[in-house]
Ligand binder design. Structure first.
Ligand code: 13P
Ligand code: ZN
Length: 301
């Protein structure tokens, strides 16, 4: 029996028999969880989450933890080492999708497909305090999420709360035909539609093709997330951050749409990227100036 199996056993034995007796709004109906569930379902409806593809984590506020606490397991799981050190996330609580569980099913049964985990005071292990029933554990990309939450919390002065990974098909297709270079890929995304430079003025990072759920992918992504709010994983998908569900979902949506527009325009143009009408570098500068945004000048000609 593995560590996780025995942890789940403990939960089974220790959980209150009648959690319904606890007063307060059930976790599933609290606003943060409703937002989390809605985002999972919205991603499913977009077609970004085949099978168990994609995952989502949310760093809870102290008030949200207190509202949910009456529903936590009486006996949380044992601590599980993450192989990651996150000093600025000591004691934090995250909502996370489950490894191998389907975004499609989150709305039907949140307590099976989603869990709340606590990070220990050393910042290097998690334990399950709610949900992920029947032996579930956090997403296989949890180390990546924690490492990247740590980086984005530092980069945003604590504002970042959401990390979202999906498999949007046009983004994946783009990585098959373009050099895996942040500047080259950012430029085609910025030039796909005028809003893009406003939505991600720093650009997007890009990794090589790497093993899903691996620590190397987590490390490579967290290096890039010091600079970028979003990182494309070659031949895999996209990892987006944001202060709230709307921002992270919106960033995913915009990057996917830009990649799709670029792909369509290439096809309409016989495969050539020399379009009759394009967004020039001066256009990009003008948009950034008009909206008082600091655009990544290194990505402009
Ligand atoms: P999980 O089911 O473990 O979240 O994995 C899905 C995925 O997309 C891995 O990159
Ligand atoms: Zn994935």
């Amino acid at each position: 029996m593995g560590v996780l199996d025995s942890a789940q056993d403990m939960i089974g034995k220790g959980a209150s028999v009648v959690k319904g007796a606890v007063s307060g709004v059930a976790v599933e109906n609290q606003a943060f969880m409703r937002g989390f569930i809605r985002m999972c379902n919205d991603g499913w409806l977009q077609g970004w989450h085949e099978r168990n593809g994609g995952n989502l984590t949310y760093r809870m506020t102290e008030a949200e933890v207190e509202a949910a606490r009456p529903f936590f397991y009486d006996n949380p799981s044992s601590w599980v080492a993450m192989g990651v050190q996150a000093d600025n996330l000591r004691g934090a609580y995250f909502v996370t999708t489950g490894a191998g569980r389907y975004m499609r099913n989150v709305q039907l049964d949140p307590a099976f497909n989603v869990g709340i985990v606590q990070i220990n005071n050393a910042g290097d292990a998690w334990r399950l305090v709610w949900g992920l029933k029947d032996g579930g554990k956090p997403t296989s990309e949890f180390a990546s999420h924690v490492m990247n939450h740590s980086v984005r919390v530092a980069a945003t002065g604590g504002a970042c709360r959401v990390l979202y990974h999906a498999h949007p098909e046009s983004v994946i297709a783009l990585t098959k035909v373009m050099p895996l270079d942040a500047r080259a890929i950012t430029r085609v995304l910025w030039k796909a539609m005028t809003e893009c430079v406003m939505l991600f003025p720093a650009g997007v990072g890009v990794t090589e093709t790497m093993v899903p759920g691996g620590i190397d992918l987590a490390r490579a992504t967290s290096e890039l997330m010091k600079t970028y709010e979003a990182v494309i994983w070659a031949n895999h998908g996209l990892f987006c951050s944001g202060p709230d569900f709307d921002s992270a979902f919106g960033l995913m949506h915009a990057i996917q749409k830009a990649a799709s527009i670029h792909g369509q325009a290439l096809m309409m143009n016989g495969g050539s990227g020399e379009f009759a009408n394009t967004i020039s570098d001066d256009d990009l500068r003008a948009i950034a100036r008009a909206y008082n945004l600091t655009v990544n000048e290194a990505f402009l000609d």
